[in-house]
Design a protein around this ligand. Structure first.
Ligand SMILES: Cc1cc2nc3c(=O)[nH]c(=O)nc-3n(C[C@H](O)[C@H](O)[C@H](O)COP(=O)(O)O)c2cc1C
Length: 234
């Protein structure tokens, strides 16, 4: 089992979001030594903003991937069973760099490219805006096909209180380990997203759009499945 965490803070390993994520993953590793994890931060993976050219929606790849480490990040995400997206709250939203990463992955929303993976959203904050961030990360991951099993926000005062921090890490760690032992299950939300994508690709076909995204959808046999549950079972 592999876990890949992306922390959208330029503070790198000094970042609170990183420190919380690292503590959580270290505690999981103690309980389940076979679990491997990697944490990438925005300091090392400083991803360029989307240029808005639309190339990715036609070609299923971003033209900018050669200019930064996005391809390596995506490769590691594809290799993981659980994807963690962690961001500090910046003015009631994710950090700009986290948004860059998400924008550059937008085309994976169309194909639900990360179907079959588990996900977790983390935000750290001072006093406000945390729910907007974890709800947004939850939604974006779900749109990519990820089953989000945990949403955790933790303030600087909670992080400074070792008993609160330890309780949070323990509770979340147990939940993640339990989930990783079972196969990914569907949800009403994922079924709705899947049906809307099926409709979209059917409509594109009627219009004669022949993009690499449509080809991926066909190649993966996504049209054949009557439900997301069926897709997960294959
Ligand atoms: C530009 C900026 C904007 C911020 N906006 C908010 C905010 O809207 N609400 C909040 O509670 N904290 C806000 N903070 C505080 C950070 O979310 C908080 O310190 C966070 O834990 C930093 O995480 P990091 O150490 O991983 O970068 C902001 C910090 C910065 C630098």
């Amino acid at each position: 089992m592999k876990i890949l965490a992306y922390v959208g803070s330029m503070q790198g390993e000094e970042s609170r979001t990183y420190l919380y994520t690292k503590k959580l993953l270290d505690s999981i590793k103690i309980e389940e030594p076979k679990i491997e994890y990697k944490i990438f931060t925005a300091k090392d993976y400083n991803i360029l903003p989307c240029e808005g050219c639309g190339y990715c929606f036609k070609h299923n790849i971003c033209r900018q991937n050669e200019k930064d480490k996005m391809e390596d990040l995506l490769k590691n995400i594809l290799d993981a069973n659980l994807v963690i997206m962690g961001s500090p709250v910046y003015a009631h939203n994710v950090s700009g760099i986290m948004k860059n990463v998400i924008d550059r992955m937008s085309y994976w929303i169309h194909t639900m490219r990360l179907s079959g993976k588990y996900g977790m959203a983390i935000s750290t904050y001072e006093s406000n805006g945390e729910n907007i961030v974890i709800d947004y990360l939850d939604n974006v991951m779900s749109q990519m096909g990820i089953k989000v099993i945990e949403k955790m926000s933790i303030s600087s005062s909670e992080l400074a209180d070792i008993s609160v921090l330890d309780r949070s890490v323990y509770k979340t760690g147990v939940s993640i380990i339990e989930n990783l032992k079972s196969t990914v299950k569907t949800s009403e939300k994922l079924e709705d997203i899947f049906m809307s994508r099926k409709r979209m690709f059917k409509y594109y076909k009627q219009l004669g759009y022949d993009t690499e995204l449509s080809k991926y959808w066909e190649r993966e046999g996504r049209n054949k499945y009557i439900s997301f549950e069926e897709l997960l079972g294959k």
